[in-house]
Write a protein of this length. Sequence first.
Length: 411
Amino acid sequence: MDLPAAKLKLTGRALALASVAILAAAACAPQPAAPTAAPPKPAPTAAPAQPAPTTAPAKAEAPAAKPAPTTAPAAKPTEKPAAKAAEFDEKAVADFYKGKTVRITVGVAPGGASDTNARMLQQVLSRYIPGNPNVVVENKLGGGHMMAANTAYGTEPKDGTVVTALDVQLVIQQLTGAPGIQFDAAKFNWISSTMETSAACAVRTDVGINSVQEVMEGGKELTMSSFGKGSVSYDPAVIFNTALGTKFKIVTGYEGGAAQRLAVKNKEVQGFCTSFDTLASVARDMFEGDNPANKVLIVSGSEVLNHPFLKGVPAAEKLAKTDEARTLLRAIHTPIEMTLPFAMAPEVPRDRVLAIRRAYEKAYTDPDYRAAAEKAKQAVSPRTGEQVTQAVLDMLKMPPAVVAKLKDALK
């Protein structure tokens, strides 16, 4: 500082006080050398003349970084969970759900994979929904999930207290203009799907059919039980007929997977189609042992899982002889990669949709659910609601030529 010392007559104690003032003023001057780095040095006024502090990053920058954590908040590992929690107002959602009952509606009868999975999730889901509502399962039969889908979209409450277990094959039914569709799959709030699997068609071993080629080339007709169009028990078999020349005669009207399998056991029909996970879990007794009562003939997709029930079983797309056939088979396999999905009506408030989605994500990792799934021999490879939504939108954008072929086959 430029102090007017020449005009002052300073002696003794006054001179000492002035010296202190000069030193204090110099220490307060704007200096690029970071005042906290060396406040006790006796010659702070010399610092401005020295460029070293600003050109020596190894010494000067390190202490400067410590008092400035607010300059990079995004780097904190706690930021991501905070952002996710901010997706919705958890207190508002909890206030809504507290004391209420959430119903999981299932479009088929008890005993099938869809119903079994819904009930396993029911046991743990309340833990993860804000407000911890009661959760129950309700079966709404009719049209192979069609009734449940239509009522979820139309007449069920739209406040977030109804979640519906659906079959993504219904998207194919909508795409091809099947009768009875009273929903738009693109507008559903998709919550999750439970697993990726394949469709599988099986036959009783006492029928005497050893391979699917006998059904393709030999022209032998097989009667197959089904719980309705727009389900994995119906659509893949029809497409196998169209794309590969199989002779599956499909008998509809069974109320669900349990009734469908019972018809096979009682020899009302010769076989059935369903998801492979169903065969490996709730229907495994039909395929186990040295002399099983049933055998798998074919699975959808381009690859076959390494599983004891599938030794020597071909993948449908490997049997296709034309690109058109492969395209049809791929179209029918895509929704099965999102097996056992759940959805809510379009009008459900966004915060409740997000809360239920996140609850399902956590429920799939719950130790009790995992233990129940393992006991039931059910695979768990879930997809998020956002992933299912995108897949549904992609399916609804299939090329018109493919849609026309599907429509002709599934009419």
